[in-house]
Write a protein that binds this ligand. Structure first.
Ligand code: NAD
Length: 368
């Protein structure tokens, strides 16, 4: 191709690069391979605390800009999540554009693994939406910078049960802040998304005799839950926000706390697994506070998965991972206390704690 025919230079500013600069990303890698049909983007947000660790999401985005937006937001979220969780990890994330139900195969995953390997450990991948331990196994053929590989191969396996446990504990801490008791018995809880994390979260909630409603866009996911827990109430996935509930648990995709949903949501607590629940962090973080809803910051309470992955890097020990995961209750409580003391939204309190750690540890790393 004659580069002179490419008229990118005629454009004044590239919105993607502008966004990357504004959000403070170190590196964004666009990956493309004709032979396998791979289209992926790896976002490395900040490596002050260590290599950037965050899962890969495979999703059918409507367009490339949506995918870029997702990877930029998700990778930044990982920086904060890893920092607030006390891990020596930076923040990164990847997205593969495509339908995980129909487009996945060994070659696609291994080609993606090669791109991860080309970053020489600056980015470590794991599972996210649409990915499985089997995919991590394929990726591990091409790079050692992958976690969440099957237990039989010496990995920690699917991090979702640990994530769900952390979400459950974070939800209890939020219930304590809202109701004065962390007992979830009898609480009406709506779980949006009965996937890997949602399913395990529902197990904890049912054990505690909560009144659980669930919604998913796929019937087979619902069936997995109702076969096990016949008393859960199944609702339409487009009727989630108006459902009668005390606690809303977003466990599907992000940005569900937005102008539209807030008009309908009538709950005391928002606590779930999904990343980037606030469509606009500042606007909706403030709106939630003003509505009197206790919002348990997503990246704080869904950190169980990355805690599990971190433990895999150190040589996996399930008890150590679960013990570390249990700190999520106290961390969430500390965030609510700081938010109360300073009269700020809870997302802001969480960000402050994360930024403080990055700054302090960053300074130590600079000293010789
Ligand atoms: P998953 O793909 O297994 O589950 C997501 C579920 O949401 C699927 O069953 C899907 O059908 C459903 N869904 C999608 N859109 C929906 C809608 N509009 N309404 C209702 N249901 C819908 O993914 P997962 O691993 O369970 O992750 C769930 C969320 O938690 C994601 O946002 C992910 O980024 C986040 N998270 C996951 C982990 C982990 O360990 N898996 C860790 C941290 C954060």
């Amino acid at each position: 191709m004659d580069v002179n025919t490419v008229s990118l230079a005629d454009k004044t500013q590239n919105p993607v690069i502008q966004e990357m600069f504004q959000m403070g990303h170190e590196q964004v890698v666009f990956c493309h391979d004709d032979a396998t049909g791979l289209k992926a983007i790896i976002g490395i947000h900040n490596t002050t605390l260590g290599p950037a660790l965050g899962g890969t999401r495979m999703w059918t985005y409507d367009n490339e800009l949506q995918a870029i937006n997702d990877v930029l937001r998700l990778s930044r979220g990982m920086t904060y999540k890893n920092a607030v969780s006390g891990l020596n990890l930076g923040g990164g994330k990847a997205v593969i554009i495509g339908d995980s139900r129909t487009m996945k195969n060994e070659a696609l995953m291994r080609r993606f693994g090669k791109f991860v390997d080309s970053l020489s450990g600056k980015y470590i991948t794991a599972e996210d939406v649409g990915m499985t331990t089997q995919d991590m196994e394929f990726i591990s053929n091409e790079t050692k910078h992958v976690v969440g590989i099957p237990k039989e191969l010496g990995g920690a396996g699917d991090p979702s049960p640990v994530t769900a446990y952390g979400v459950y504990l974070g939800m209890k801490a939020a219930a304590k802040a809202a109701y004065g008791s962390d007992d979830l018995g009898g609480k009406k809880i709506t779980v949006q998304g009965a996937g890997n994390v949602g399913r395990y979260l529902i197990d904890h909630l049912m054990k505690e005799n909560a009144q659980v409603s669930i919604a998913d866009i796929f019937d087979d996911k619902i069936k997995l839950v109702t076969d096990k827990h016949s008393s859960v109430n199944v609702i339409d996935s487009d009727k989630v926000y108006e459902n009668d509930m005390d606690i809303y648990a977003p466990c599907a995709l992000g940005a569900t706390v937005n102008d539209e949903s807030l008009k309908k949501l009538n709950c005391s607590v928002i606590a779930g697994a999904a990343n980037n629940q606030l469509a606009d962090e500042k606007k909706h973080g403030v709106a939630v506070k003003e509505s009197g809803i206790i919002y348990a910051p997503d990246y704080v309470i869904n950190a169980g998965g990355v805690i599990n992955c971190y433990s895999e890097l150190e040589g996996y020990n399930r008890d150590r991972a679960m013990n570390k995961c249990e700190t999520i209750y106290d961390t969430t409580t500390r965030i609510f206390e700081l938010a109360n003391e300073q009269n700020i939204p809870t997302y802001e309190a969480a960000n402050k704690i994360a930024e403080q750690r990055i700054e302090q540890i960053g300074k130590i790393k600079m000293t010789r």
